[in-house]
Design a protein around this ligand. Structure first.
Ligand SMILES: [Zn+2]
Length: 161
């Protein structure tokens, strides 16, 4: 148990290559750390957007963190099902995004509104929902570029999956 917690702590210090304010634990990329029968640790990760060039980088960063932390014999596996969902982003991660000026993903609205349009995106600066999408792609393919009508500031929106 102690080793598992140690690994979670190690991985919580691994920053996401695209959004360095978030750790891969904040993003929900680390799915499981478990000790197998022989005492060997197995770490399961689910990459975010499958087209993301960051996936290889993340795998390398996790391997390096495990090696450096004394867990060179830990197995690292990628779990592709179920696919990563922005719903896995932790509450702390959402706060960090907002503080960084990136609107966190809005949870899909169930019911009627789902039929009409994408959920409105709140401005990370003033929380206004009077925002417009300027471009499908922001600074990385995983983000869309928005502008707030209330405060006039442009911002990135972490796209929902
Ligand atoms: Zn605003």
């Amino acid at each position: 148990m102690a080793a598992e917690r140690q690994v979670w702590e190690l991985l919580a210090a691994v920053a996401d290559p695209e959004i360095p304010v978030l750790s891969i634990v904040d993003l929900g990329i680390v799915r499981e750390v478990r000790e197998e029968a022989g005492g060997r640790l197995r770490v399961s990760i689910t990459p975010t957007y499958s087209g993301c060039p960051a996936t290889d980088v993340i795998r390398t960063l996790v391997r390096r963190a495990l090696d450096a932390g004394g867990f060179a014999d830990a197995a690292l596996e990628e779990v592709l099902s179920p696919p990563w969902s922005s719903a896995w982003l932790s509450a702390a991660g959402r706060e960090k995004l907002r503080a960084f000026g990136i609107a966190p993903p809005e949870e899909p609205v169930t019911g009627l509104r789902q039929l009409t349009a994408a959920p409105p995106v709140s401005c990370p600066r003033c929380a206004s929902r009077e925002t417009i999408r300027v471009s499908e792609f922001g600074s990385t393919p995983c983000k869309a570029h928005y502008r707030c009508d209330a405060c006039g500031e442009p911002f990135d929106y972490f796209k929902c999956l």
